[in-house]
Ligand binder design. Structure first.
Ligand code: ATR
Length: 276
């Protein structure tokens, strides 16, 4: 029987997930489908009824539904609660389970492209304290990495650090960046700065220690100004596209029963769809 999965959002045309999962379905010769479903918020309860009746093995949830589905799932795991968003649904025995695979995408991307990055890492500098930062903090905490959390708005960073808590956090604003960045062996940008030609104007990349790994969760453009500066300085960099690819792995494995691989060919295929 054909195994069916989906990504649901509104709008949905921009989603690369059908291409990622479609590539894997073809590669493994699986009798399965992965479709984009455009649904307004009011349509979600009815869609969940279809899920419970077994229409799909599961799927992905994207903007604007990642928070709304908490109330509709039969169960949600603790890490998705901590991240504050559900991006993956798995249907088992008529029940819908919600989870979040973004933090695994972040870890999978760095593990694949900067092997050993978390071994004896003294601290990670995280820029931004919004929704996207939460998955990164869960990822870093899972490897016991101390975090320097800097945000334009100090109070937002304070609240996030308090919530994620139990020490291990240094908090500041972007004005502290040049003073604190030399302490970090990893820099992660979780803000939208880097899109549309924007950049961290006050950040002097030269303050970073040699060998500091720099990564960005923005993948359009693929090389953000932050990554370009780091590369020009001779620092190792990992772009954000790998996070998108790696976050898709656990969902595919759960729905279709095969652990797919993130290959250079898959990456090239998705890269070809990005704006230059
Ligand atoms: P997301 O879910 O993508 O993280 P968000 O929750 O709105 O979106 O968070 C956006 C993050 O980018 C915040 O950390 C925000 O800083 P503030 O808390 O001060 O708003 C940061 N951000 C957005 N635009 C920025 C800019 N121009 N300069 C610096 N930080 C910016």
């Amino acid at each position: 029987m054909t195994i069916k999965a989906f990504v649901i959002g509104h709008p949905i045309a921009h989603s690369r997930s059908p291409l990622i999962h479609g590539t894997w379905l073809a590669e493994h010769g699986i009798d399965g489908t992965y479709d984009a479903i455009d649904a307004v918020p009011e349509a979600l309860p009815g869609f969940f009824e279809r899920l419970r009746s077994g229409a799909f093995a599961g799927g992905n949830v994207t903007i604007p539904h990642k928070e709304a589905v908490f109330a509709l799932c039969d169960s949600v795991d603790d890490l998705a609660r901590k991240i504050g968003a559900v991006n993956t649904l798995v249907v088992r025995n008529g029940k819908v389970h919600g989870t979040n695979t973004d933090y695994l995408g972040f870890l999978g991307n760095l593990d694949a492209n900067a092997p050993g990055w978390s071994d004896s890492l003294n601290a990670a500098l995280v820029l931004g304290a919004g929704g996207a930062a939460r998955a990164i903090l869960v990822a870093l905490q899972s490897r016991n990495i101390p975090v320097i959390l800097l945000n334009r708005t100090r109070a937002t960073a304070d609240r996030l650090a308090q919530e994620f808590g139990s020490g291990g956090f240094t908090v500041g604003t972007l004005d502290d960046i040049n003073q604190l960045a030399p302490q970090a062996g990893l820099v992660v940008n979780t803000t939208s700065l880097g899109m549309h030609g924007t950049r961290f104007e006050q950040f002097d990349i030269n303050v970073l220690r040699p060998g500091t790994l720099v990564t960005d969760i923005v993948y359009s453009p693929l090389e953000t100004p932050l990554l370009a500066d780091a590369r020009a300085r001779g620092l190792p960099v990992v772009d954000g596209l790998g996070m998108l690819l790696h976050q898709a792995v656990p969902g595919f494995a759960a729905w279709f029963g095969v652990e797919p691989r993130v290959t250079p060919a898959l990456r090239a295929r998705i890269e070809a769809t990005l704006d230059p």
